[in-house]
Ligand binder design. Structure first.
Ligand SMILES: Nc1ncnc2c1ncn2[C@@H]1O[C@H](COP(=O)(O)OP(=O)(O)OP(=O)(O)O)[C@@H](O)[C@H]1O
Length: 692
């Protein structure tokens, strides 16, 4: 339908409302500006189109790939989760200026020259329309194109018929050697199955909670790939992860697991020589070749990565656009293995790709052909409850690991209860569990929280005092190379000590938000004389990079500590430095751990950083701390979800403390799920893609 007069009158009211909403902070200025852009581009743009345009931009900013207009009409509160004042304003606008029937709304949007309507009967992708309507889902074209590319690439890679599969008996022989404990058992070893399945296509998805052995399994998969390859010395293997820290952890775990395997296998496979070919683990940005000031990478379909196998850890953090870029840059023949915990929070940016790809992974849904193949290579049958007569091809390439080898204890039990949404069991564990491991700071005051931040708590390692005491123990410098070595060892020890303890916040704003807690902790540490703060930059300041800077070699999420560099005399020079007015960071550098080595950047060159005593749970993904303190806000928030709490808890290695600023916050969070709007799953499970 064309824009009716009613809609045109509503257009002015809609633009006025959007302006007001952006001033109130309910939507971003960018969202209102996008609606204005649509209005400028199309004379007489109808109100439903303008509102839909603003909302699709708004939802993209909140991590959604699209907005489902059908769901929005049915229950705008559930889709947007706005606070009541904003939700009422939206309802009022919709009642006065919008059609309340889906068909009429879709017509108003779909008939616009700025909207490309996707149809199943044509492969055409339209032209330069900024918006795409697919069924009732409205996308920004960039998001839609990424989703299309990811779906197409995934379907190409799960095409088992096209995969080059090694001889099953040979695979079985090696799996028996790599998993000797389970080789004689009849019940299924999921780790063993994951290795077998990964060989069955060019995409393998291995998901599982913390400590379920994703890295342990993938190290065995690597050994298996080397073992069955005709020319293993030429096998090009890459390791990557979304953040530098996760990449370093992956490399360390794989090296250590391959070392253990070499002992286990002896002369049967020269693993050490083969492992040396693997090279360092890289961030995805570095692997793809990020270029300053552009979303494009050096590696792409025209300049593909020269790899036969790529293993990517912490895949839950990969957003839609990055996944599209990664898949574009991988030759069709490359075997891609994605590892991650599907139940963790998705990336900050739009998309929940791993969550979508691993939907229902707990059900298995293996088809008879997959079960037969698995039995041939693993020698173990998949139980009936995990079989299906009809399922997606993707499910055939997905394995969920189920047994935690690290978290058998209280932290694992707490994570499990949280993942099931069982607030009663989780609260009981926190209140009656092993005190040294699990603890809840009840009715917390800011003072009690700061005391915890500075000194930790009885029985559990932690508090920032420990690393700051170490900062004070800087080795004396006399000028030789030995001194440099001890300086670097000290910097490494300071970085390690800082990584042992962390405050993780659910939100940025408010009393218990990361921004104000950072200031409060900093102040408390100054009062305790653990910090000497003169201006923005001071020795011991922990910083987190908030934006990739390729030229400096620092990436979003990297954590460093500000210190005086080597060969700047210690105590005495600090005083003279201050006297010379150099206290505000003129000669300080931020030190970052880069796998086994150190990297430093002059603080004057670091523009996009923030203090990191308290960080958001989102930013903590891919990291673990011996003692993690999860701080929930003092009032309800839509970001307080089960996935956020689960992610926070699973960052803890030895001890976990919950600080819930609002008494019902914990149980309310467990009742609230993160649901990201996306069409990826439908594209992957569409009738035409079903395997039988
Ligand atoms: N089948 C197994 N037998 C013995 N030990 C195992 C087994 N699987 C895993 N482990 C051990 O359990 C610990 C956790 O394994 P791993 O680090 O591979 O888990 P993960 O899923 O990668 O953990 P996360 O990603 O949460 O760090 C390691 O010490 C590993 O050696």
């Amino acid at each position: 339908m064309t824009a009716g007069p009613g809609f045109q009158n509503g257009a002015a009211a809609t633009l006025a409302s959007l302006k007001q909403w952006s001033e109130q902070g309910w939507i971003r200025r960018l969202d209102a500006a996008f609606a204005r852009f649509v209005d400028e581009q199309q004379i007489g743009a109808p109100a439903p189109l303008l509102l839909a345009a603003a909302l699709v931009a708004h939802m993209e900013g909140r991590g959604h790939s699209c907005v489902d207009l059908d769901l929005l009409l049915q229950d705008s509160d559930a889709v947007l989760g706005w606070k009541s004042e904003a939700a009422d304003a939206l309802r009022q606008l919709m009642a006065s200026a919008m059609p309340l029937e889906l068909g009429v709304w879709l017509d108003a949007v779909g008939s616009s020259s700025l909207v490309w309507v996707e149809r199943v009967d044509t492969a055409s992708q339209g032209g330069s329309e900024p918006l795409v309507l697919s069924g009732a889902k409205l996308y920004l074209r960039r998001m839609w194109a990424c989703e299309q590319r990811v779906a197409a690439q995934v379907l190409l890679r799960v095409d088992v018929a096209a995969a080059c599969r090694p001889e099953p008996l040979e695979v079985r022989r090696w799996l028996d050697m790599l998993f000797p404990a389970s080789s004689a058992e009849s019940s299924l070893d999921w780790q063993r199955l994951a290795c077998g399945i990964a060989l069955n296509g060019r995409l393998g998805l291995i998901t599982g909670g913390p400590g379920t052995g994703k890295t342990y399994t993938v190290a065995r998969l690597l050994a298996l790939l080397f073992a069955v390859d005709e020319d293993p010395l030429r096998l090009r293997v890459g390791l990557a992860a979304p953040t530098g820290k996760a990449a370093a952890r992956l490399k360390q775990s794989i090296d250590s697991a391959l070392g253990d395997l070499q002992t286990q296998l002896g002369a049967k496979l020269e693993l050490q020589q083969l492992a040396a070919q693997i090279g360092p683990a890289r961030t995805l940005h570095s692997l793809l070749g990020a270029r300053p000031d552009t979303r494009k990478f050096k590696a792409d379909a025209a300049h593909p990565l020269a790899l036969d196998v790529l293993i990517v850890d912490e895949a839950s953090m990969i957003h839609l656009e990055m996944m599209a870029a990664l898949l574009d840059a991988l030759p069709a023949s490359t075997r891609l293995i994605l590892l991650g915990d599907k139940d963790q929070l998705a990336s900050v940016e739009a998309g929940a790709v791993l969550g979508d790809l691993c939907t229902d992974a707990e059900l298995g849904r293996y088809l008879p052909a997959t079960a037969a193949y698995a039995e041939a290579v693993c020698g173990q049958a998949i139980a009936d409850e995990f079989l299906a007569v009809e399922a997606s091809r993707l499910a055939q390439q997905t394995v969920m690991l189920r047994k935690s080898h690290r978290f058998g204890g209280p932290i694992g039990q707490l994570a499990l209860a949280v993942n099931c949404g069982d607030a009663r069991a989780a609260t009981e564990l926190l209140r009656q569990g092993e005190r040294q491991i699990l603890h809840e700071l009840q009715a917390p005051t800011l003072a009690a929280l700061l005391q915890l931040a500075v000194n930790g708590r009885a029985g559990a390692l932690g508090g920032y005092r420990a690393y700051l005491e170490l900062v004070k123990q800087r080795p004396r410098e006399t000028g030789g190379e030995c001194d440099r070595a001890s300086f670097e060892a000290w910097v490494g020890a300071v970085l390690c000590a800082f990584e042992r303890f962390r405050l993780l916040c659910a939100v940025r704003e408010g009393l218990f938000g990361a921004a104000s807690l950072n200031l409060a902790v900093e102040q408390a540490l100054v009062e305790q004389r653990l910090l000497l703060k003169r201006g923005e930059w001071y020795e011991g300041r922990p910083v987190m990079v908030t934006r990739n800077d390729v030229s400096l070699g620092v990436f979003n999420g990297d954590i460093g500590i500000v210190l005086r560099p080597f060969s700047q005399a210690s105590q005495a020079s600090q005083a003279s430095q201050a006297a010379a007015g150099e206290g505000n960071g003129v000669r300080l550098r931020a030190y970052f751990s880069d796998g086994g080595s150190l990297r430093s950047v002059a603080v004057s060159r670091l523009a996009d950083v923030e203090t990191a005593f308290a960080m958001t749970v989102h930013k903590s993904q891919g990291s673990e701390f011996e003692h993690t303190v999860l701080v929930l806000p003092t009032e309800p928030s839509r970001v307080l979800t089960r996935e956020l709490v689960y992610t926070g808890i699973t960052r803890a290695r030895k001890a976990f403390t919950l600080v819930s600023g609002w008494p019902a916050g914990f149980s309310k969070a467990l009742a609230q799920r993160t649901r990201r709007a996306s069409g990826l799953l439908e594209r992957l499970t569409d009738e035409t893609n079903k395997a039988t």
